[in-house]
Design a protein around this ligand. Structure first.
Ligand SMILES: Cc1cc2nc3c(=O)[nH]c(=O)nc-3n(C[C@H](O)[C@H](O)[C@H](O)COP(=O)(O)O)c2cc1C
Length: 325
């Protein structure tokens, strides 16, 4: 399939694997890229720029296809050394960067000077337009369904994607709730040039996470996510578990007086416990409502081939058939 996104990133299929903390290691990024999508290493999961350089080198050993790096700009007490991370990305020969969180404006000159294509992930039309204005090549439009940080506007993709299509000139991918060929065809119909998936890619053979995580996603229904940290204006969609129930009880008790320190034990340092040790009740970890559509753990190649075959069938048979009738 050829879209503005496949052309922009030099990939065979318009499918991107979004950056995911403690999931987006070289194994997953390489598997997605080898299957014709765009795999993405999560930059900040690597504790230092030197470690990111090593992870990029490891990924180059596993694939000769294009892959990217995610750089998430979050409010932090001590900001990570972003210029050094960008230097590792540039020196690693990376040509695609997915930015997320705050605006990447300050880093655009460095990224553009290195010939890197920047896709910024955002949850509103106004942030997407800002990304376009500051020179991003594409955006990933993350609807309210998404795993991770859906923002505070609560607009689901059925509205957000066509709104983005009305306003944007640069190409965008649909993100949040995407799982299969139906998602891809719907995303294209709503004006996107491809799709970005997070949660779906965790439940794959190559995702280097504990099997308990994959099983939790397979077992979860679309009713099993919760929104946390709303009153802190740092909303995150996570899968429900004992740690999240503890957290929500604290949120209810504290109400508007909640501070991050009140829930720190349920949100800080959780990812290695969940993703590496498989401790499923350790605390909050991001997961999308799309878990309700995930029922197996295929390889990335099986998954992407299945999506593309289903999408082709939907367009050429179901939809074309309705027109012919
Ligand atoms: C476990 C997990 C960790 C994530 N970590 C990050 C991250 O570190 N940076 C980021 O930009 N997005 C992160 N995301 C968001 C994904 O890149 C993607 O935008 C989102 O999962 C899309 O929604 P979906 O899960 O419905 O496919 C994470 C998502 C999940 C499920």
């Amino acid at each position: 399939m050829k879209t503005r996104i496949t052309e922009l990133f030099g990939i065979r299929h318009p499918i991107i694997q979004g950056g995911m903390h403690y999931v987006g290691f070289a194994e997953l990024a390489a598997a997605v890229s080898n299957a014709g999508g765009l795999g993405i290493i999560t930059g900040l999961t690597q504790k230092t720029p030197e470690l990111l350089a090593k992870e990029i080198a490891r990924c180059h050993e596993m694939t000769d296809q294009p892959f990217g790096v995610n750089l998430t700009f979050l409010p932090a007490f001590t900001a990570p050394p972003y210029p050094e991370y960008i230097a590792a990305i540039v020196e690693g020969g990376i040509k695609a960067v997915e930015t997320a969180g705050r605006s990447p404006e300050a880093y655009m000159p460095a990224l553009k000077a290195a010939g890197i294509k920047v896709i910024h992930k955002c949850t509103s039309v106004r942030h997407a337009l800002k990304a376009e204005r500051i020179g991003c090549d594409a955006v990933s439009v993350d609807g309210f369904e998404c795993g991770g940080h859906p923002g505070e506007d609560d607009v689901p993709n059925m509205i957000l994607l066509p709104r983005a299509a009305e306003e944007l000139k640069i190409p965008f991918v649909a993100s949040g709730g995407m799982a299969d060929g139906r998602s891809l065809v719907a995303a294209l119909a709503l004006g996107a040039d491809g799709m970005n998936m997070g949660t779906r890619f965790i439940a794959t053979k190559e995702a280097p996470v504990h099997d308990n995580v994959k099983q939790a996603i397979v077992n979860a229904s679309e009713l099993d996510t919760r929104l946390i940290m709303r009153s802190l204006r740092n909303t995150e969609r996570v899968i429900n578990n004992a740690g999240v129930e503890r957290l929500i009880a604290i949120e209810k008790e504290k109400g508007e007086t909640l501070k991050i320190d009140d829930i720190i034990e349920e949100v800080a340092g959780i990812y290695p416990k969940v993703m590496i040790q498989g401790d499923m009740d350790a605390g909050a970890w991001s997961c999308g409502m799309v878990a309700g559509l995930i029922r197996d753990v295929p390889s990335c190649a099986e998954l992407i081939e299945r999506i593309m075959a289903e999408a082709r069938g939907l367009i050429a048979q179901r939809l074309a058939g309705m027109l012919a009738a």
